[in-house]
Design a binder for this molecule. Structure first.
Ligand code: ADP
Ligand code: ZN
Ligand code: ZN
Length: 668
């Protein structure tokens, strides 16, 4: 029998070392790897997780575990323990932080049972049957079936254009996994985890589906989690954290829209659920399907190189044509029309045509609010947030200026705060302005707006989409929230008010983002029997991300993009590790950034690693915190992390500045 006198306890603290506690004889029977325990920590009592047992530690005053919380089995399985260990090492977090990310809130708080509650009545779903696969679906399913039935840890990239029927491939693959007595996890981006998407799974598989998403209350989440852990549910459908679904005997993980940024967690552990899923599947011998119309450059590169297996679906179901995409060059529009408007002539004309034919229109504007900045015509002063270095956005509904980074609100000034001039102008277009313009031009149309302002109320999101689906609305205006996943057969026109908002961001992924967004939103048009049309307004009609989206040409886009990545040594040719510094005192932040950079530069000297920066970030202050960063670029993330650790050791004690390290960041 293993000695259990001392235990390694992982605590959900940002300290990357094990904590040792003694297991008192009274708890020896109950103590088990994966179980939660209560331990003393300074004056506090914390919930921790037993991750191993050790010999007598070399230190004095080892404290006793107070109690073992889990009476029956461990809260976290051996499989998830190895997975979280991998996360902690790769993404440079503590093991405890990674374990905390993997468990629902109720469990982390040390509760044994969720608060008693009357379960909401289950929605009734009409059962659906499998479609007979199309030729393309069949040829994708064949190798996937072989992998699942052979229990092979293969990773597939299912690159299928929008409307090609990827969901049916997922559903039939899951069905096979279930038939073999295995379980499945389906990850979808939070934004497309709509009631409609959930319905697809529930109506095919009924009660064995558990759904995990951020709109759930703690208790609801716990109930879903418990169903999976007990084996009552065998399919987990959810956003990022569903990669930790407590299923056993995992056969398949599906990641839809694998390029989505919402798979990356913003705070520690800063993991990407796609990479975690691939690692989990490796540990469990499961098959992985990465799906999408616009794969991430990293994933597509791996599929081309043979590391992943490429499956293509190039036709829409029932041979529906892809929408015709037209570009409106807004530079020309401004030359032609003196008083040019938000809607170009072409877009306005197209909208009225569709409305006349009783069709539906979606308009994409990737910014909330009414006017995105206001300034003084006399002295040029721009009204900025008092806590952040960003302009305030005017919100028409509440008649206030609002900061989109910290939510600070203020009344719009009647006079310039600087020069007292009354000549204040409202610039920049947000969704609210589009809404009011559309209402002015098309007074008879029924219009709704969907963005985070419009959907803060629980359920309003579903209500708007339902109304649109039932054709109680003619025009739906929204941010990228409307771009993903929805299937509205009566939408024959999609208008992109500006392709430039994403393109102009100072990030090496801006081209990729733009291409993805344009392709996704275009995919909403023409999903019914009538052909669809897309109109993209832009000041950069010659950018390849815009041009290639006109032809729905992912491969062509990839060829251009990969050249640029190769030239500059960006991913997938290297890994990036971002180091972010934050603090209220600007001078200290700057000094810490330069000190760290100097030490880091010495550590990486002669190695094949680049240090870029330090520099202030694009938004140099948020919520009163100044923001500087630098990043390392190189092929071996573990080595780079090692150098960062060494450099940070030497700088210990600069507590006024917080430093966060982000491995494989999705935004710079
Ligand atoms: P994607 O996810 O690739 O964008 P979807 O999975 O939404 O595409 O499929 C588009 C539409 O085609 C959906 O309404 C779906 O129900 C339907 N569909 C999928 N497979 C078939 C099939 N084999 N036969 C008929 N209709 C299908
Ligand atoms: Zn002024
Ligand atoms: Zn602010």
């Amino acid at each position: 029998m293993q000695q259990k006198e001392y235990a390694d306890i992982a605590l959900g603290l940002p300290v990357r070392k094990p904590f040792h506690y003694r297991v008192p004889p009274s708890l020896m029977d109950k103590a088990e790897v994966g179980k939660r325990v209560l331990v003393p920590f300074g004056p506090r009592k914390l919930v921790g997780y037993i991750v191993g047992f050790v010999g007598k530690p070399d230190i004095e005053g080892v404290k006793d575990i107070i109690s073992v919380i889990d009476q029956e089995g461990p809260a976290i399985s051996a499989e998830l323990l190895s997975l979280t260990k991998w996360i902690a090492e790769y993404y440079r977090s503590s093991w405890g932080e990674a374990i905390s990310a993997a468990l629902p809130g109720a469990i982390k708080k040390g509760k044994i049972k969720a608060a008693p509650r009357n379960p909401a009545p289950e929605d009734i779903y009409e059962a659906t049957k499998n479609y007979k696969p199309t030729l393309e679906q069949a040829s994708a399913l064949k190798p996937i079936f072989e992998s699942i039935s052979g229990g092979r840890n293969d990773v597939y990239l299912l690159h299928g254009i929008t409307g090609s029927g990827k969901t049916e491939v997922y559903l039939q693959s899951i069905e096979l996994a279930l038939k073999m007595g295995k379980t499945a996890i389906v990850l979808v981006p939070e934004i497309s985890l709509t009631p409609q998407a959930i319905e697809w799974f529930k109506s095919r598989f009924g009660g064995v589906v558990a759904v995990l998403h951020s709109r759930l209350l703690d208790t609801e989440r716990f109930i879903e989690w418990k169903k999976l852990k007990d084996g009552a549910a065998r399919i987990a459908v959810g956003a990022r954290s569903a990669v930790f679904a407590p299923v056993s005997n995992l056969g398949l993980i599906v990641i839809d829209e694998e390029h989505e940024t919402s798979y990356k967690q913003d705070d520690a552990p800063r993991y990407n659920a796609r990479e975690v899923a691939i690692e989990r599947a490796r540990i469990s011998g499961a098959t992985v399907i990465l799906g999408g119309a616009t794969p991430s450059i990293e994933t597509y590169h791996k599929a081309l190189s043979g590391e992943y297996k490429m499956l293509k679906m190039t036709e829409r179901i029932e041979k529906r044509s892809l929408p015709k995409v037209d570009i409106v060059d807004m530079r020309q529009e401004l030359l032609d029309v003196k008083d040019a408007k938000i809607f170009s002539r072409a877009l306005e004309h197209a909208i009225s045509q569709v409305l006349n034919k009783n069709g539906q229109v979606m308009l994409l504007m990737n910014r909330r609010g009414f006017s995105t900045f206001i300034n003084c015509r006399k002295c040029g002063h721009v009204v900025k947030c008092r806590h952040c270095n960003v302009s305030m956005t005017y919100h028409y509904d509440i008649k206030k200026l609002s900061c989109h980074y910290c939510n600070y609100q203020a009344d719009p000034p009647a006079k310039c705060p600087k020069c007292k001039s009354g000549d204040i102008q409202y610039f920049g277009v947000g969704t609210q302005k589009i809404e009011s313009e559309a209402a002015r031009i098309f007074p008879a149309a029924r219009i709704a707006r969907m963005d985070t302002d419009a959907t803060v109320k629980r359920g309003s999101h579903k209500q708007i989409l339902d109304d649109f689906r039932k054709h109680k609305l003619d025009i739906l205006i929204g941010t990228q929230m409307i771009a993903k996943g929805h299937d509205f057969p009566r939408v024959t026109l999609v208008g992109v008010i500006s392709a430039d908002t994403a393109l102009n961001l100072p990030d090496f992924r801006s081209g990729e983002r733009t291409f993805n967004l344009l392709t996704q939103v275009a995919g909403r048009a023409g999903r019914g029997s009538e052909a669809g049309r897309v109109i993209i307004q832009t000041f950069s009609p010659d950018h390849y991300a815009v041009r290639k989206s006109v032809d729905h040409d992912y491969a062509g886009f990839f060829d251009e993009e990969i050249k640029f990545r190769r030239e500059l040594g960006y991913p997938p040719f290297n890994h990036i590790i971002d180091i972010k510094l934050r603090g209220r005192n600007e001078e200290r932040v700057i000094k810490a950034a330069h000190d760290l950079a100097a030490v880091l530069a010495a550590h990486i000297e002669g190695k094949d690693i680049d240090l870029v920066g330090p520099a202030p970030e694009f938004i140099s202050k948020i919520k009163g915190q100044y923001r500087w960063s630098m990043f390392l670029k190189g092929s071996k993330p573990r080595d780079m992390c090692g150098y960062i650790d060494k450099a940070l050791e030497g700088l210990a004690g600069k507590s006024a500045v917080t430093i966060a390290v982000d491995v494989d960041p999705l935004g710079l």
